[in-house]
Design a protein around this ligand. Structure first.
Ligand code: ADP
Ligand code: MG
Length: 234
């Protein structure tokens, strides 16, 4: 049984659920774009879900809404049985901080911070003291094979190394849910293989993983593959 911030949760069966999710960008203007239409899905705890589909089909929009970085125009998103579309922005930031780790295509590291500072950053609002932040960040970077890159800034790292720092940052809070948007598309093949291996290990630890990707190597470890076209499930 899970709960968010003390709110009683639901069973593991429907850790993530959406109901008739619709998203418009620039609604009621001549630039209106219908990005998602009537998306209904169930993702169980510990499931590895892959979202596949052409560029512009709505994968990023869907992951952003499930991850509460964006809101739908209509429909609901249930996390742990709670409709999070009615949560305040502050409640959502707390939920993301405690429960969700994000991995992005372009890494989104803070350029002026070292690897260890980037990884420790999500622990700052949790009030984790500097020594403990350093210890936890170092341990996870070592696990990612970056023990000799702790004090390097992102520009001093390869794409694959930057993505490993980004993964370490996503994992430092022990999130229940990992959301990764095209995580292998800006790194070379070997770095991608390593990332997929890391994701496999996370899956075996019971983390629920959502990946938007064109990379067919993910298909081998996916429990569910959602094909999205024109903002709808195909
Ligand atoms: P994907 O990740 O599958 O490439 P996206 O979710 O990024 O697809 O985009 C879905 C649709 O929404 C596309 O038509 C895209 O052009 C449009 N879109 C995405 N973000 C915005 C935005 N911020 N403003 C307007 N339209 C957007
Ligand atoms: Mg995208």
């Amino acid at each position: 049984m899970e709960s968010i911030n003390g709110i009683a949760g639901c069973s593991d069966e429907a850790m993530i659920r959406t109901e008739n999710l619709c998203k418009l960008y620039n609604p009621h203007s001549k630039h209106e774009v219908r990005a998602l239409t009537d998306i209904n899905l169930h993702i169980r705890k510990g499931s590895f879900a892959v979202f596949s589909g052409p560029s512009g089909s709505g994968k990023t929009t869907l992951l952003n809404i499930i991850g509460t970085l964006d809101r739908p125009v209509s429909g609901k998103v249930f996390l742990y049985g709670e409709d999070v579309t009615v949560f305040s922005d502050i409640a959502l930031s707390v939920l993301r901080r405690d429960k969700i780790g994000f991995i992005f295509q372009d890494f989104n590291l803070i350029p002026r911070l070292s690897s260890i500072e980037n990884v420790g950053n999500p622990l700052l609002p949790l009030g984790v003291r500097a020594g403990e932040r350093f210890r936890r960040s170092r341990a996870i970077l070592e696990r990612m094979g970056l023990d000799d890159r702790l004090n390097h800034r992102p520009e001093e790292l390869s794409g694959g190394q930057q993505q490993r720092v980004a993964i370490a940052r996503a994992l430092v809070n022990n999130p229940d849910i990992i959301i990764a948007d095209e995580p292998t598309s800006s790194i070379d093949e070997d770095a991608g293989t390593q990332l997929i291996e890391t994701m496999k290990n996370l899956k075996s630890n019971g983390t629920t993983i959502l990946v938007a990707t064109h990379d067919t190597r993910f298909n081998d470890i996916a429990d569910e593959i959602f094909i999205i076209k024109g903002g709808r499930f195909a």
